[in-house]
Design a protein around this ligand. Sequence first.
Ligand SMILES: [Zn+2]
Length: 80
Amino acid sequence: MNRQKSPTDAARCPLCNGLNHCGNLTSNDQPCWCMAEDVVFTQNLLQQVPASRKHKACICQECVKKNQNVRAQGNEQPDG
Ligand SMILES: [Zn+2]
């Protein structure tokens, strides 16, 4: 029994395997955090998702933020 198939696969980030806290998976009526205006899924970020997991699992908030920070550093001074 090596199979590690879990029903919560869609709840795991394809980039870091952490929980993505996707609002679409929860039973409450709150919209997913990814609907917030300051959350941007860049092409660069989406390209990092393995093809086998595309459209199956959401990227987690942490990975989105990390990617945004990397981009921001190119244009703006970091907070300090
Ligand atoms: Zn992640």
